[in-house]
Design a protein. Structure first.
Length: 561
C-alpha cells in the first residue's frame, strides 16, 4: 500500500510539533505575506528552518544537503550569476553533463527552475538546504574566488617583475580533480546512510540512470541521473572499491569504507554489465547493526528461553535458515555476542565478514587463494575451538566437516537458504549427507523473515472485514483492531518504521529424528513439529498483525501461504 502525500502543515501536526490553532495562524500569515507554509511557520517561530527542510524532504522525497560541505568548482559556481543565486536563494553544487544540481531553500518558488534553466541553458536538479546554509555557502565560495583572483593578479605582477630581472620563477602545479563526480557520489552515499538503506542500486536505462535504495527490505526509487554520467559515476565508485575501471565487460566486486558525520559504514560493491552500461549494487554494512542485542530481535519469551538453552549446549549443529536479506547474519552475530566469553574460543569463517566482533577470531573466504569454507573448517579444528560459525553451508564437504566438528564436542552455527525450518533436513539429505548424521547432530533449526513495523506515529486503526478475518484465520467474534499504514514525517511518508524478526524454531525430538532417519518429507516433519508446539512463520507474522505491530499487506508480502 503506497501512502498518500500529506500537506506540510498536517505533517507537522502529526509529528506533534504544532496544533490546529497554530496551523491556522500560520495559514493566515501565509496569505497575508504571500509566502509558503514552511516559511510562515519559521517566521512565527513555531518550528525551525531545519525542521521545515527535513519535513519537506520527507514529503517530496528530495535529498537534503549541507552546501558548506561541498567543494564547489569555480566553473560550476559561475554557471549562475551571484546576484541570481542570492535572489533565488540557490547555490550550484555540481554538474553531470547537461544537468546542474543546485541546493534550494524554497521548493515552492516556481521561478527557480525556469530562471536557472534560462540562465544556464541546462536541466536543473533540485536538492534542499536551509536558507541560512545557502547564504553562508554563497558568501564563502564567492569570497574565496575573489581572494583567488586577487592572489592571481598579485602573483602575475610578481612574475612580471621576476621576468624583468631575468630571474627564474618557481612554477607550482595543482592536480585537478573532477569534484562534480566526487560530490555527486558523496551525496549519494550520505543520503543512503541517512535513510538507513541496506542496498543501493544504480540501474542504467535507455535514457537515464535510476538510483534506488532498499529501505526496510523494500526497494524505493530515489532519483535519476543522466545516462551520460553513468561511466563517470561507476568509475568513481570502482576507484573507491579497488576495481579495474578499464574493465566493463565482466563482473567485478570490491569494497570500501565511507565516513559520514555520524557513522562509518563498509560498502560492498558488485558490477553487472548490461546493454545500457554497467549496473552496480552496493551493500551498506553499518557496524552498529551487528551489535543488536539478542533480546531486541523479536523472539517471543518462550522462544527466547528455548534458543538460550540451545546456544549454550556443549556441542551440536545449530542452523539459521531463510532467504537472502532475512536477517540470518544479524541473528548469528547477536547470538555469538551473548555466548562469547574469556573462557571459550570462538572462530568464524564468513563470505565476507559483514561486522567485526570484539574478542572473536573472524576469517574471510578467498577462493582465489584456496581459502574456502571447507578448507577453513579443517584448519579451525586444529585451533582448539569451542564455538565455530560457518557463514553458509554451500556443499556436501562443508556440511560433513561441520557435522564432524559437532560430533567431536564443538557447537557449530551456520546458515542455509531454505523457506522454512523443516526443509533444512531435506536440503541437507539431498546434498548426500547420511540421514543418521544429520538427525544426531542438529540441535535446532531457526527459520526467519523480517517484517516491517507500522509507524507508531501515524498507523490507522480499521474495522476488520470478513475477508481480513478469514485471511488471518480468526473467528468473527474478534473484537480487536487492525491497523494500516498512513505515512508521516517520522516514517519518511511510507507508513512503516523499522523491522522485526518473524521466527520458526524447530527443536527435534526422538520422533522427528526417526522421521529424518526414514527420509520423511519436510511436510511430515513440520506436522510433527507443530504437534510438539512449534510456532510457524505464518503464525508469528499473524500475531504481529493482531498485536497491531504490522499490517495484513505486510504479512502477505512475506507469507508462505
Amino acid at each position: 500500500m503506497v501512502a498518500e502525500t500529506k500537506q506540510l502543515g498536517q505533517m507537522f501536526i502529526d509529528a506533534g510539533m504544532i496544533d490546529n490553532t497554530k496551523l491556522q495562524e500560520a495559514l493566515n500569515y501565509k496569505k497575508e505575506h504571500n509566502v509558503y507554509i514552511g516559511k510562515a511557520l519559521v517566521s512565527l517561530k513555531m518550528v525551525s528552518e531545519d525542521d521545515v527542510i527535513r519535513m519537506v524532504s520527507e514529503q517530496l522525497r528530495i535529498p537534503t544537503v549541507d552546501p558548506l560541505t561541498f567543494k564547489i568548482k569555480k566553473r560550476t559556481l559561475n554557471l549562475v550569476r551571484e546576484e541570481s543565486a542570492k535572489r533565488l536563494k540557490v547555490v550550484p553544487l555540481f554538474r553531470l553533463e547537461n544537468v546542474l544540481t543546485v541546493a534550494c531553500s524554497d521548493q515552492n518558488n516556481v521561478h527557480v527552475v525556469d530562471d536557472l534553466s534560462e540562465e544556464t541553458v541546462m536541466e536543473i536538479n533540485i536538492v534542499l538546504a536551509t536558507e541560512r546554509n545557502i547564504e553562508q555557502a554563497l558568501d564563502l565560495h564567492h569570497r574565496i574566488q575573489t581572494q583567488e583572483e586577487l592572489t592571481t593578479r598579485q602573483k602575475a605582477a610578481v612574475d612580471q617583475q621576476v621576468a624583468v630581472r631575468n630571474e627564474p620563477a618557481v612554477q607550482s602545479t595543482e592536480i585537478s580533480v573532477d569534484t562534480e563526480i566526487i560530490e555527486a557520489v558523496n551525496m549519494l552515499m550520505d543520503s543512503a546512510v541517512k535513510m538507513g538503506a541496506s542496498d543501493i542500486h544504480i540501474d542504467p536505462r535507455e535514457n537515464d540512470v535510476r538510483i534506488r535504495f532498499r529501505v526496510d527490505g523494500v526497494l524505493q526509487q530515489y532519483y535519476t541521473i543522466p545516462i551520460e554520467s553513468l561511466p563517470s559515476v561507476i568509475s568513481r565508485l570502482k576507484i573507491l572499491a579497488g576495481m579495474d575501471i578499464a574493465e566493463t565487460r565482466r563482473h567485478q566486486d570490491g569494497r570500501f569504507r565511507h565516513e559520514t558525520d555520524k557513522s562509518v559504514v563498509d560498502v560492498r560493491c558488485a558490477t553487472y554489465p548490461t546493454p545500457q552500461g554497467e549496473k552496480m549494487v552496493m551493500r551498506v554494512l553499518d557496524a552498529t547493526r551487528g551489535q543488536i542485542a539478542l533480546n531486541k530481535l523479536g523472539f517471543s519469551e518462550d522462544m527466547m528461553k528455548q534458543w538460550d538453552k540451545v546456544v549454550h549446549a556443549p556441542h551440536g549443529l545449530v542452523l539459521v535458515t531463510g532467504p537472502t536479506g532475512s536477517g540470518k547474519s544479524t541473528t548469528l552475530y547477536a547470538t555469538l555476542n551473548v555466548i562469547n566469553s574469556e573462557e571459550i574460543n570462538v572462530l568464524t569463517v564468513e563470505d565476507p565478514i559483514e561486522y567485526s566482533l570484539d574478542n572473536i577470531n573472524q576469517s574471510q573466504i578467498n577462493e582465489k587463494a584456496g581459502i574456502t569454507f571447507s578448507s577453513s573448517l579443517r584448519a579451525m579444528l586444529r585451533l582448539d575451538p569451542d564455538v565455530i560459525m560457518v557463514g553458509e553451508m554451500r556443499d556436501r564437504e562443508t556440511i560433513e566437516l561441520a557435522i564432524r566438528a559437532a560430533l567431536t564436542g564443538h557447537i557449530v552455527f551456520s546458515t542455509l537458504h531454505t523457506n522454512d525450518a523443516s526443509s533444512a533436513y531435506t536440503r541437507i539429505l539431498n546434498m548426500g549427507v547420511d540421514a543418521f548424521l544429520a538427525s544426531s547432530t542438529i540441535r535446532a533449526i531457526l527459520a526467519q523473515r523480517l517484517i516491517r513495523r507500522l509507524c507508531p506515529q501515524c498507523k490507522k486503526a480499521v474495522k476488520p472485514t470478513k475477508a481480513m478475518l478469514e485471511y488471518l484465520d480468526v473467528q468473527d467474534t474478534f473484537k480487536g483492531e487492525l491497523f494500516e499504514p498512513v505515512g508521516c514525517f517520522a516514517c519518511r511518508n511510507n507508513g512503516y518504521a523499522g523491522r522485526a524478526g518473524v521466527y520458526e524454531l524447530l527443536i527435534p525430538n526422538e520422533e522427528i529424528m526417526e522421521l529424518v532417519n526414514n527420509h520423511a518429507t519436510s511436510v511430515e516433519i513440520e506436522k510433527v513439529a507443530i504437534k510438539n508446539g512449534m510456532t510457524t512463520l505464518d503464525e508469528s507474522a499473524r500475531q504481529y498483525v493482531l498485536d497491531g505491530v504490522t499490517s495484513i499487506d505486510e504479512m502477505s508480502r512475506i507469507s508462505l501461504v
